[in-house]
Design a protein around this ligand. Sequence first.
Ligand SMILES: Nc1nc2c(ncn2[C@@H]2O[C@H](COP(=O)(O)OP(=O)(O)OP(=O)(O)O)[C@@H](O)[C@H]2O)c(=O)[nH]1
Ligand SMILES: [Mg+2]
Length: 367
Amino acid sequence: MAVTIGIIGLAKSGRTTIFNAATRSNAATGSYSQSSSANVGIVKVPDARLTPLEEMFHPKKLTPAEIKYFDVGASLKGGTKDSSFSGELLTQLQNVDALLNVIRAFEDTAIPLPAGGLNAERDLTTMNAELIFSDLTIIEKRLNRIGSQMKGAKPPERAALEREKELMARIKEAMEKDIPARDIELDEEEAKILSGYQFLSSKPVLMVINIGEDDLPKAAEMEAELNGRYGGKNYRVIVMCGKLEAELINMDEAEAAEFRSSYGLKETGLDRTIRASYELLDLISFFTVGPDEVRAWTITRGTIAQKAAGKIHSDIERGFIRAEIVHVNDLLAAGSLAEVRKRGQLRLEGKTYLVQDGDTANFLFNV
Ligand SMILES: Nc1nc2c(ncn2[C@@H]2O[C@H](COP(=O)(O)OP(=O)(O)OP(=O)(O)O)[C@@H](O)[C@H]2O)c(=O)[nH]1
Ligand SMILES: [Mg+2]
């Protein structure tokens, strides 16, 4: 399954513009009505290692990893004690791996500013408050349910409910002090219980500061400063001009590259967003190679070989015997799998081997 990212932010912050830039789409922007359906886009994750692998294997199919973006229709309300997220929208957001919070930092007299003007700090607080508000509603419902379930419960079940209740009460207390779930320290068991709730405020956040073209010369400096202030575990900041990025995706590549360098930009907004998302979620890629298909797979760093195999098929995970591993750099240096074998560079690894970024893997399994 592709990594999914939900785009949120205040109205007119430039969410759809950033969505277009990140997915090479042309969804309508500047529509003043709140559209009810989300824009969905899938992008292939650029990976320079795929091209030489393709040249080596001439596969029938080349499959890069994918990232899926949702530009949800509703925007954060900002200040009103009312959740923007309910129904289908809430379900969609609950299923994303990370949130991309667009923060407006561009001036444009034609587009009304939020009350109080431009203020990244305030917009961040607004986002957290609104995600927490949505989560608190769920916690309250769950606490009520636990109360009634406890009545008829047998001792072991009761103990589990008791633990969950305590945890929920602790999370509730923290959230009432405006602490999002992602910032609450949890042990392994607690984290497991909590993951079932898919709290919105537990999602890692990529903040995209949407600046105007005039501020582009300051972008790198701004990004470093903001990452110093807000970056860290579960948080990353990127600064980009959404409007320019969205325009550049409609140009041919050479022309776009020329424009980009005239603005001092080295990478596309799409590439930067993907890289920041991978860093934020601590994702790495491994490859499967062969004449049928060369494919990149996305996993979290620290994934064991057996679990990584499960990405491909649950049968391979269940019947896992061993993995034949060679790093893509060694494979490319050797020139072929036969040469890798000859050089003794094809390693046999067991279930608990931690798959590394750039590993190529062949899983041996029983069905
Ligand atoms: N000047 C300028 N305008 C921008 C920039 N980014 C977006 N806009 C404009 O701001 C308006 C709103 O952008 P959208 O991308 O539609 O913003 P949104 O958050 O999706 O807005 P809604 O979904 O309508 O709430 C559009 O007219 C965009 O062209 C920017 O960097 N600079
Ligand atoms: Mg929009």
